[in-house]
Design a protein around this ligand. Sequence first.
Ligand code: HEC
Ligand code: HEC
Ligand code: HEC
Ligand code: HEC
Ligand code: HEC
Ligand code: HEC
Ligand code: HEC
Ligand code: HEC
Length: 658
Amino acid sequence: MLAAFVLQTSPRAASPAYKGKTQAYARSSKCWECHQVDYALWTQSHHAQAEYAAVPANCQAAFDPTRSLKHGTETTTTRIQNGEYQVVTLGIDSNRQPFRVDRVIGVDPLRQFLTPAPGGRWQVQEASYDPKSNQWFYVYGADLRYPGEFGHWTGRGMNWNSFCAGCHNTNLKKNYDIATDSYHTTRSEMGVGCEACHGPLKNHIEWRRTHPQTNAPDPTLSPMNRTQVLDYCGTCHSRALDLTGNFKPGDSFYDHYALEMLDDSQKWYPDGQIHDEDYEFDSLLSSRMGQDGIMCLDCHNPHTGKNLVDGNDLCMRCHTGGYPKAPTIDPAEHGHHKLTDHGSDCVGCHMPVTVYMQRHPRRDHGFTIPDPLLTRQLGIPNACNRCHADKSTDWALKYVVQWYGPKMNRPTRSRAQWIAAAENGDSTARPPLLNLLADTNQSPYWQAVTVHFLGQWADEPATKAALLKQLTHPHPLVRARAAQSLEAALSDPEVTAALQKTLDDPVLSVRLAAAWTLRATLDMQSRAGREFQQALDVDADQPTGQFKAAMFLLARQHVSEALPHLEKAAAWDPISPPYQCVRAQVLDELGQTAKALDILTREETAIPDDAHTPYVRATILARHGRYAEARLAANRAVAIQRDFQPALELLREMPGNH
Ligand code: HEC
Ligand code: HEC
Ligand code: HEC
Ligand code: HEC
Ligand code: HEC
Ligand code: HEC
Ligand code: HEC
Ligand code: HEC
């Protein structure tokens, strides 16, 4: 019976999008008259309620009666006053005052609130509301943030225009104006409307209205294939850098976004499980199911946002046998738990839960294998102990060995081990990673990850040759990573020539990866050069974007032009060591040594556990022959981090007593 159901519903037909250049958006409300069933399903969905105006129907319970929330030494009060929803809290000037709340993001399990601010901005309040328990809570938990900081609710890190709007609205244009540091953000509709997925459909409505009698297909629509659907789901369900600010459904993800993936930033664990808030798209790509072409619509209804069926039945649509390549699973035997217990839930072991924003449990879409051995060896969490938190890793390992035996020795286990080794710079990982790269069973996702970690050895001949080969890999993720990873081999003319060719790659994210690696010499009048400048402008409202612009100018020896960008980055995110360190180095180079040293000393007080800052101070002092002071600063860096090689080297190289 299940098998028949699978045949009916598996690989689903594609949905259409509007063809041509002059598309306009109509808004969801216009669809109702002809698509009442889809409209009704969507209205109840979380997509429809991704963002909405604060009105009594959705805000009364949260703001009435007046309540107070303590976090750290601060108290925040929520109340209704003069007909406004208000949050009374610390503002930018460190004084407590009331702020109006006009809009809400999210519905269940939590809601966040938006307050208007100067320059067309909207800022996200830290006090958040849990509708089920009718409680207010502090969304950062124990992580306290203060006025003036990047991540405080008044800071750029909590700016809606830049950080929330694109995913919680339809057809959003950020429209940041660099000259006035203000926003003219527009959208065709609040929330994730019909056209966030189907693309602009004004012409569809007109055509249908003028051809009411016909059953013929609407010629203004063109069908979207499964990759196009997955790509637009991916734009909002992933961490990615927006390179163009103008994606629309039907476009390729990789022509607009640089996807963040497992790398050394520890946002994912080496076996692919999520660590930071990584959403679903990457994880699915990293899984064997994703590699096989299974995507969101195989489990989710796009209009309700709910699962197609509940519980294990969802998985058993394919895992009862009959679905091509899907291993047959007998739930009772395979799960080794009583079928009446949650211990036998497929998702319990293969989609473990991580809670984000204090209240939002999310399931890992990497469909990984629970492996207590990786926990013992590398500290990677395993699903068994996530549930059995009161039991030891060895306890879980014993049962896994007993239950699954040699089947635990999967290629994914050794892959996780080598990636973890490469993350620690262990060069014994190099040959096995080269083997992984040559293994055609590896998905593009893991090849891209492998390419990233091999980058640290890019000047070694065999590695360089393997990476060069990846510049022509069929998948843009792999080509883009290869273009980045070859940075360490730039002195080789063969590498520069190959990268130069990559500037004409058919996919934008690949061209821009090559452009960054070649930034010292990139021709800004070329297509890649212009696209690169556009991407810098898209990100110009954030300290990361300003810092990138500065690093670009510094690579081209434009030292004084880099300074204003560094000043902005440092002003917008004052306690970030990289910004202050590079700013100080540039100031020193421009002859303002006293100011440079002063900045670094203050930064050391603000972040006393960062070894890099005293090290940079040491290099500046050494540059001016102030060796005794330089020695003190370098020793301070080593006191913070004993194996901090650059500081140790500086100490060795400095002349003796001065
Ligand atoms: C005046 C009536 C009318 C309006 C308004 C209208 N549609 Fe349609 N639409 C139709 C008809 C008729 C069809 C063809 C029959 C069908 O598939 O339902 C269609 C087809 C579609 C299809 C393709 C279905 C398929 O399987 O090929 C999509 C998607 C769609 N409409 C989305 C929308 C959206 C989104 C809106 C609002 C922006 C909208 N429509 C507004 C009448 C309308
Ligand atoms: C424009 C951005 C955007 C696009 C495109 C998008 N989503 Fe979402 N999705 C969101 C946001 C934002 C939420 C969270 C909404 C909320 O609860 O506030 C969400 C929530 C969901 C949920 C959880 C729903 C629930 O009831 O908890 C699912 C499932 C989902 N999306 C699947 C998809 C799929 C599948 C696609 C592609 C067909 C897709 N999304 C396209 C932004 C988007
Ligand atoms: C990259 C796209 C993206 C960005 C940027 C983004 N979100 Fe979301 N948000 C989502 C998606 C998708 C979900 C649904 C959960 C998931 O996919 O795991 C979600 C869920 C939420 C939820 C929980 C929804 C509910 O119904 O309980 C809240 C609250 C939320 N986001 C607030 C924000 C705020 C505030 C910002 C900006 C600071 C923001 N989001 C930025 C995509 C995004
Ligand atoms: C999160 C993305 C998303 C949103 C939002 C969305 N759709 Fe769809 N819609 C899809 C996908 C994907 C399909 C194709 C489903 C399939 O292939 O079976 C689809 C199919 C359709 C169809 C074809 C017939 C059907 O029902 O399957 C119509 C009509 C349609 N959508 C109308 C709408 C309307 C009207 C809205 C808003 C009220 C809307 N959609 C909102 C993603 C979305
Ligand atoms: C093989 C099935 C499967 C596939 C494929 C799949 N999901 Fe899910 N998804 C689930 C299950 C199961 C849940 C948990 C639902 C629950 O707890 O009620 C879930 C939950 C979610 C949620 C709610 C928040 C969370 O993370 O728990 C979102 C959002 C979501 N999926 C989005 C997506 C998107 C986007 C894609 C495609 C990139 C996708 N899913 C592909 C099975 C799947
Ligand atoms: C649409 C069909 C389909 C559905 C639904 C589905 N699977 Fe799969 N699954 C597959 C296929 C096909 C493979 C094998 C892919 C391959 O090896 O190329 C697979 C492989 C797997 C694997 C092996 C992963 C690995 O690294 O070896 C796990 C685990 C898995 N699925 C779990 C689940 C769970 C849990 C669910 C339900 C939430 C689910 N599947 C739903 C088709 C499906
Ligand atoms: C979703 C939560 C969940 C996951 C994941 C899970 N279990 Fe369980 N487990 C349970 C529940 C519930 C029971 C039954 C209640 C009990 O006896 O504790 C149970 C019972 C057991 C028992 C028998 C009772 C005992 O304490 O001796 C063992 C052994 C066990 N689990 C091992 C594992 C191993 C090994 C894994 C990973 C491969 C695992 N479990 C994954 C929830 C889970
Ligand atoms: C108690 C934990 C646990 C539960 C529950 C569980 N699995 Fe697994 N699953 C594992 C482990 C461990 C492996 C690796 C060993 C193996 O291949 O049997 C695995 C492997 C798999 C594989 C890959 C098999 C292969 O031959 O490569 C699939 C597919 C899979 N599980 C699907 C499911 C489905 C579907 C369910 C729910 C009916 C489920 N699992 C429930 C722990 C679990």
